[in-house]
Design a protein around this ligand. Structure first.
Ligand code: BES
Ligand code: MN
Ligand code: ZN
Length: 507
């Protein structure tokens, strides 16, 4: 169960509910943000500030607990220099607010006034919602439910409807992002390609007016000549699955009006995700250390899944196809060997020199497959290379594109969502690293620019469609002591898609 977010104008004449807490922001000059809304509390706040030596520096907190159920608690949160309030700090503040509220307040009132704009408000809301996420499917002793049920934002702006719209979108994104995280956090003995397909079927059932699902197994893929995909999935006892979800957001609008059968009337945007449910490396076996984290190697596909869910929740008027390329990369007597040559669905031949470069193989055939939709744009997401983690760490995903418009739209969306990306190169010069003396190309490009050459490989399978590739190897999950899925880049994609609605209607 997650918290409810609401918008209200003022604090006066309200039933505050049980265990109410006011969240009050204070800057480094000890100025109270939106102090005009807090006149009746001014004295108490000032007392609390001086009693606790509160300085107002970023992320500092002090809490005054109410003495009885109906009294109001006060949570003061420092924001530092209010002119330097950036998205990263807003995210941190949201986390701080949530962790201080969750265990003892039921109803929170976050006093904002006109201190932040819609974009910042959206970033804060999503970060607050995401702070409430936890994955406990395999704990026999579940953590206590958080006490917090409702967060009310007190704003005194005229454009409340703009804030309502932002809030609704963030709630939809949160639902999709949580679905992505749930799926990616599942252990690899549970979340295999067939399980993934079952989840997609369930999702389609939950939104019958918006979604259709189609699953291709290895038999169908063999018929289509998807031999690069099969070279990966064949090594596993778990059958590979190419899962297609079609979101008919435009068709269904028209359908409602005309009572027509649903079909993709408008060319869709296609999302493609790498769904390697476990990546051992295959015959080019990975070292043992940290291999457990390779259960997250399906995060690209999980992102597609979560974005489809978020689309359904937001009911954006668009047509979107989500293709999830699910396979398990295992060593076995049936696994492909370094040196094997495969013919992809588009007729190109690939010499597989490292079976651990498997993501590009399943994606290659999937990128060819989705061209039957004549997409407006193709965007693929993949935990593709360790080299991308070396280049960009865990902050920004790498973005590669053959199209300026798609790139621009993604970059804009990325800033608004604060789900950051960084433009990487695709110069022809890099393609040479993929030359093979045996086949049309090989699947590895050597040490230099590993993330770039992986993207070059993909580019050979997208023909002339506007396309972008996101290498999310460093951003899809957090590593280390408590590894878990982040649900990125669902926020980026949803903001991108939302922008396509706007530009679509102004065409
Ligand atoms: N799934 C990995 C990439 C990866 C590694 C993501 C570490 C996140 C953290 C991918 O399939 C892979 O193994 N790539 C190889 C490519 C190499 C063999 C050319 C890599 O990055 O080492
Ligand atoms: Mn690999
Ligand atoms: Zn992989």
């Amino acid at each position: 169960m997650s918290i409810k977010l609401k918008l209200t104008h003022s604090l006066s004449n309200k039933k505050l509910g049980k265990h109410p807490c006011y969240v009050i922001f204070i800057d480094e000059d000890k100025q109270i943000i939106a102090s005009d809304l807090l006149a009746e509390f001014q004295d108490n706040i000032n007392k609390l500030i001086s009693r606790s030596n509160f300085s107002g520096k970023a992320n500092e907190v002090v809490i005054h607990h109410a003495l009885n159920d109906n009294e109001v608690s006060l949570l003061l949160v420092g924001i530092g220099n209010k002119n330097k309030l950036n998205a990263t700090l807003l995210q941190k503040l949201a986390k701080t607010v949530y962790s201080n509220l969750s265990s003892h307040s039921k109803n929170a009132y976050v006093v904002l006034g006109d201190s932040i704009d819609e974009v910042q408000f959206g970033q804060f809301c999503l970060a607050l919602l995401n702070s409430s996420y936890s994955f406990q499917n395999y704990k026999s002793q579940k953590a206590d439910n958080p006490h917090l049920t409702t967060v009310n934002f007190i704003i005194n702006l005229d454009n409340q409807s703009a804030f309502e719209t932002v809030l609704a979108l963030q709630v939809a994104i949160f639902q999709g992002q949580s679905a992505t995280r749930d799926l990616a956090n599942e252990p690899p003995n549970v979340c295999n390609p067939v399980y993934f397909a079952e989840q997609a079927k369930k999702l389609a059932k939950a939104y019958p007016d918006l979604l259709t699902v189609q699953v291709l197994g290895e038999k169908e893929m063999t018929k289509l000549g998807m031999n690069c995909f099969l070279a990966v999935s064949r090594g596993s006892d778990n059958e590979g699955q190419l899962i297609i979800l079609e979101y008919h957001g435009l068709a269904s609008e028209k359908q409602a009006k005309k009572g027509k059968k649903k079909k993709l009337e408008d060319k869709p945007i296609v999302l493609v995700g790498k769904g390697v449910t476990f990546d051992t490396g295959g015959i080019s076996l990975k070292p043992a250390l940290g291999m457990g984290e390779m259960k997250f190697d399906m995060s690209g596909a999980a992102t597609v899944f979560g974005t489809m869910k978020a689309l359904c929740e937001a009911r954006l008027p668009l047509n979107v196809v989500g293709a999830m390329a699910c396979a398990e990369n295992m060593p076995s007597g049936k696994a492909s060997r370094p040196g094997d040559i495969m013919t992809a669905m588009n007729g190109k031949t690939v010499e597989i020199l490292n079976t651990d470069a498997e993501g590009r193989l399943v994606l290659a055939d999937t990128l060819v497959y989705v061209q039957r939709y004549q997409p407006k744009a193709i965007i693929d997401m993949a935990t593709l290379t360790g080299a991308c983690v070396v280049a960009l760490g865990h902050v920004r995903s790498g973005v590669y594109s053959n199209d300026e418009d798609v790139l621009f739209e993604l970059e804009q969306a990325s800033e608004i969502a604060h789900d950051r990306i960084w433009h990487m190169p695709l110069d022809d010069d890099y393609q040479e690293q993929l030359n093979s003396n045996m086949a049309d190309m090989q699947n590895i490009g050597g040490m230099p620019a590993g993330s770039v050459t992986a993207s070059c490989f993909l580019s050979k399978f997208v023909a002339d469609y506007p396309w972008a590739h996101l290498d999310i190897a460093g951003t899809a999950w957090q590593t280390g002591k408590e590894p878990q899925a982040t649900g990125r880049p669902v926020p980026l994609l949803m903001h991108y898609l939302q922008r396509q609605v706007v530009s679509h209607s102004s065409e």
